[in-house]
Design a protein around this ligand. Sequence first.
Ligand SMILES: [Zn+2]
Length: 192
Amino acid sequence: MIVNLARGVRAFTSNAFLVDGKRTVIVDAGNEFDVVGAAREHVDDVDALVLTHTHPDHVGNRPDIVAEFDVDVWGYDTSHSDVDHAIDDGGTVQLGDHDYRTLHTPGHKDDHLCFYSETASTLFAGDLVFANGGFGRTDLAEGNRAVLIESVERLQSVVTESLGEMHTGHGPSVQTNPYQDIELAAQAARMG
Ligand SMILES: [Zn+2]
């Protein structure tokens, strides 16, 4: 089960996905809403918080999740005060019932990660790409359009065209041919 805990929330927040299963994980904490209350509607406990990156709208609720569920926090860069344990490029992280391949995908932010499971046919894309060819901002600190394009192209080379679902840091998840949305994002990023 994958649920967006930030669904319907009107605040400066990212999406925050509860991935239920053998290892129940929240992917991105979100910001400025009751993420603990939202998670409690579905599960009794959470095993870990995993971050796609450390922008404020993705980590603001971190203290609430840590305090309530006594979890550690996983992300790319442990020199960041919000990250307890490192997720390396090319490793794996268990989300719910599946092992996801971890992809370091900078360009929006230096510590950005995507998580992909071919078995689950699921991608967590963070703020790298969004539905309908959207892609992450590159005008913030650490943003770099050329690097973002390289990351999107790498994603294209790793993800199979039959990808079933894509969950993004903002906006709706894509359940119909998300590979096409990634292709559109690559095109748009090259043009823009
Ligand atoms: Zn971001």
